[in-house]
Design a protein around this ligand. Sequence first.
Ligand SMILES: Cc1cc2nc3c(=O)[nH]c(=O)nc-3n(C[C@H](O)[C@H](O)[C@H](O)COP(=O)(O)OP(=O)(O)OC[C@H]3O[C@@H](n4cnc5c(N)ncnc54)[C@H](O)[C@@H]3O)c2cc1C
Length: 531
Amino acid sequence: MAEKRYHSIVVGGGMAGLTCAASLAKEGRRVLLIEKNRECGGLVNSFSHNGFQFDTGIRALENAGIIFPMLNELGIKLDIVKSPVSVGVEKEILNIEDIKSLTEYSNLLKRLYPESEAETDHIIRIIRKVMKHMDVLYGIDNPFFKDMGRDTTYLFKELLPWLLKFLFTIGKINRMNVPVEPYLEKIVKNTSLRDIISQHFFRNTPAFFALSYFSLYLDYFYPKGGMGKLAEAVEKRFLEWGGEIIRETSIERVLAFEKRVTDQNKIDYIYQNLVWAADLKTLYRITSTEGLSGKTRIKFEKVKSRLLEKRGGDSVFTLFVEVDEPIESFKRIANGHFFYSPSRKGLGEIHRGELDTILSSSGGPDRSRIFSWLDKFLALNTYEISVPALKDPELAPAGKTGLIISFLADYDLFKMIAETDWYKEFITELEERIIKVLAGSVYPMLNEKVTAHFSFSPLNYKNRVGTSEGAITGWSFREPVPVVNQIMAANRAVVTPISSIFQAGQWTYSPAGVPMAVLTGKLAARKILSR
Ligand SMILES: Cc1cc2nc3c(=O)[nH]c(=O)nc-3n(C[C@H](O)[C@H](O)[C@H](O)COP(=O)(O)OP(=O)(O)OC[C@H]3O[C@@H](n4cnc5c(N)ncnc54)[C@H](O)[C@@H]3O)c2cc1C
């Protein structure tokens, strides 16, 4: 069979790969996108089950000065709705509407922790400051989406005045670039209050990123029809511009000197430029540098060893629940995006010391010890709950409601239990115990009205999108991240030691998420187009 040759091959059809591929195809380049699954989107994805529409990955989007400019540039009109957030602890539930809700949030915390009024005031003051910094940080459309030569109005009226504010703010932001737990320890002595504020973030999340959550709550939006509509829209544009997609195809080998990638069926594809928009450890594991200059090979090996010794960040356990109860009943309780903690006590050592002891115990996982740990973990945790039909009523059959319930989960725990013969029992128990905790606290209708439930574990995330350790936003914050983590250096995040290979996506910049996946996809395309 004749070999297929492309100006650019993009591996991975998540938001990074799609953005990059569409940006290149728009400029008339011959582009092939290779995606492991049937559907593109990666961790931005929706599916349908029994007439309910669910999202497997991210539950709502924030613009961050990046998503809307990307859509504009690609000429995409996405039908969106606001995705209002609620926060709740025990019976205290607050629907967040605007900046004034921060005062109500402060009052909520004071009712829960009356002994910690001063600490609450302190932390709210910091959140307010962070919100101001966020207004600057995300205050304009990201300059990488602008053509500065032509758009002089943007340059003089927006970018330059913003740049001054940005330079003033970035120093303050960098000072908060320390893990949130020790940062909060200095301010808040009440461990329960500290946990309630921080326990739904990844361990060691940079304090600025963690405390920006209130800003994000105000900005969340949701594509009508489900999260997957975002990826579908970019994919459609890419195809309209002549892009090609090969689906259900996994790249298993990169021969850098020959500029050739090989898939699982040993079919080869030839590129001038390769953009790797998937798990980065995989790229470095499967790339052969034979034939390249000694200098390049040494540089590549250096980066490779730096990356391979690091881990992906926390994963997530997601439970999908179908309920024979109309959305109005759920609306009366909270908004369609809801962060809920059934107990004010906080997780404390349960997801740190206790879990670490379980993971490091010799002799394999102890079933009864894990189940007793699980009960405490589920009772004290914070859940991210999404109710798609509260954002778009079309997303559930009439009179019924679908819930997506998740919490951060340790990949190693699931991996360890998967090696036993009671993994299935563990998953079933986990699903039922989550439902019981929420039925006994915030959603009593889950006692009787659940018609079906199923879940997606960290192992499923790893298998589906090939993400190391099931990570959902790239590198772990627990160790120094091995990639660019300064916004001023974002442009460097997409280059590799090999001049014809670029990288994009959540593994190339930290902290990551959909906006950075999109931005790095765009930056990789820019680098290629400027060659
Ligand atoms: C439950 C959940 C909640 C989240 N919440 C947020 C949030 O609130 N805010 C936020 O910003 N982000 C959030 N995220 C993270 C965000 O969704 C991801 O960071 C982002 O979508 C990553 O995009 P990506 O293109 O870099 O990678 P991915 O989406 O992982 O895409 C990589 C693609 O590459 C494909 N692939 C992998 N290996 C190969 C191979 N060898 N050959 C071919 N194809 C391959 C995969 O199948 C996949 O489609 C969340 C994620 C999850 C799961």
